[in-house]
Design a protein around this ligand. Structure first.
Ligand code: PEP
Ligand code: MN
Length: 445
């Protein structure tokens, strides 16, 4: 049985990217309260997802992971959740239909409230304040009061995650995700775009096939509901630790705040507290790997995070950037594969492609996103390994945060609907367009 190190032990090891709370007693009280709250997910569901990710690593399924860079409490509304869900359902149906591959659907939601930052402080107009670390930690407003880390926010993370997940479960099992709804997932804003039109045509084909299936008496459960899983970067140790429970079936620890949790690029140091914590839980887990990761880093992480080489347990989420993926990724994949290490390889084509626009916005080019995914597929095809999935920052709303796509969002357009509190997300149209492009790559896998 793996045992979970205590919070004190984890902090003694040295934990990066943690807030400095002013009132340790208040923090301790919040942690104690969290420990008494019911699980948000069940260990058995985590195991189910682990089995599906094992199929991903064998090339028998494809993983679609997506959602906001940073969820916010204010935006955890029914409309936003539904919009995010429908773009993911649409993308999944495009991938499944075009490539005849089952798609494992994982939302970057119901817990994605904490952000690592490259700098502890932020300066605006000569004023310097602590950086915004996500709604889990402090407020986005640029005032001294708002930027003070408040442990009570961790309880809010729990409650917002619970309500989001409840809604997601209702949507995915209660009729909204029924394949008969395939047309309704297309939003007004997307319908008239090239990808939207292509989607309408595909949805009509699916509808005809469904009608035929039902006419011959076939109406499996899968037509009416989907399996959908939650995920987030497990960053703030107090929250993640408090949400770690011993599963009564197996007597082993699971993080029950989300089905899948990952370690970010900035906290994946081998001797750090995050790796130490992650090795003790039994969930399927991810680890980001950027362009500075060496093949030995990947091997060391795999040895520590998945010493028994359990299939589906470990996903490497690579985020090299469009310009570096073809050169940098092969060495990692080659060595990890040669050592017989069992991992799922997923491409995050977002975080290696961020830059500041001429108009001062943090943005990404749609073409760079596509190009990194293309490079990822090419590298794996060249090595005979499996390009297992994509990890995308997206929203179901009509935002203008990433450049390009069929609507040709330009630098000057970014200000129109730039709504993210952290990284730029693909909007609904760009996400659907990406799904069609990835479906083509996947059908040739
Ligand atoms: C993120 O996923 O939002 C993120 C911060 O990514 P990374 O850890 O890869 O930089
Ligand atoms: Mn991000």
């Amino acid at each position: 049985m793996s045992t979970v190190p205590s919070l004190e032990q984890l902090h003694a090891i040295g934990a990066l990217q943690q807030p400095t709370y002013g009132d340790p007693a208040a923090l301790a009280a919040v942690v104690e309260r969290l420990r008494t709250l019911p699980p948000l997910v069940f260990a058995g569901e985590c195991d189910e997802l682990k089995d599906k990710i094992a199929a991903v690593s064998r090339g028998e399924a494809f993983l679609l992971q997506g959602g906001d860079c940073a969820e916010t409490f204010a935006d955890a509304t029914a409309d936003n959740t539904r919009n995010k869900l429908r773009v993911l359902l649409q993308m999944a149906v495009v991938l499944t239909y075009a490539a005849s591959v089952p798609v494992v659907k994982v939302g970057r939601l119901a817990g994605q409230y904490a952000k690592p930052r490259s700098s502890d402080m932020e300066t605006r107009g000569g004023v310097t304040l602590p950086a915004y670390r996500g709604d889990a930690v402090n407020g986005y407003d640029f005032t001294p009061e708002s930027r003070i880390p408040d442990p009570q926010r961790l309880l809010e993370v729990y409650h917002h995650s619970a309500s989001t997940l409840n809604l997601v479960r209702a949507f995915t099992t209660g009729g909204y995700a029924d394949l008969r709804q395939v047309h309704s997932w297309n939003s007004e804003f997307v319908r008239n775009s090239p990808a939207g039109a292509r989607y309408e045509a595909m949805a009509s084909e699916i509808e005809r096939a469904l009608t035929f299936m039902q006419a011959i008496g076939a109406d499996p459960d899968e037509f009416h509901r989907v399996d959908f899983y939650s995920s987030h970067e497990a960053l703030i140790l107090e929250y993640e630790h408090a949400m770690t429970r011993i599963d009564s079936r197996t007597d082993t620890p699971y993080n029950v705040s989300g089905h899948f949790v990952w370690i970010g690029e900035r906290t994946r140091n081998l001797d750090g507290a995050h790796v130490e914590y992650f090795r003790s839980i039994r969930n399927p887990i991810g680890c980001k790997l950027g362009p500075n990761a060496t093949a030995d880093d990947a091997l060391d992480l795999a040895a520590k995070l998945n010493p028994t080489n359990e299939p589906g347990r470990l996903t490497f989420i690579t985020r090299f950037g469009a310009g570096k993926v073809r050169e940098g990724l092969p060495a990692l994949v080659e060595k990890v594969t040669a050592e017989g290490v069992d991992v799922a390889w997923i491409c995050d084509p977002m975080h290696g492609n961020t830059f500041e626009s001429s108009t001062g916005y943090k943005t990404r080019r749609f073409d760079d996103v596509v190009e990194e995914v293309r490079g990822f597929f090419e590298v794996h095809q060249g090595l005979g390994t499996v390009p297992g999935g994509i990890h995308i920052e997206l929203t179901g709303n009509d935002v203008t945060e990433c450049l390009g796509g069929a609507e040709e969002i330009l630098d000057a357009d970014l200000e129109k609907r730039y709504e993210t509190v952290c990284d730029p997300r693909l909007n609904h149209q760009q996400s659907l367009e990406l799904a069609f492009l990835v479906a083509e790559m996947l059908s040739q896998r």
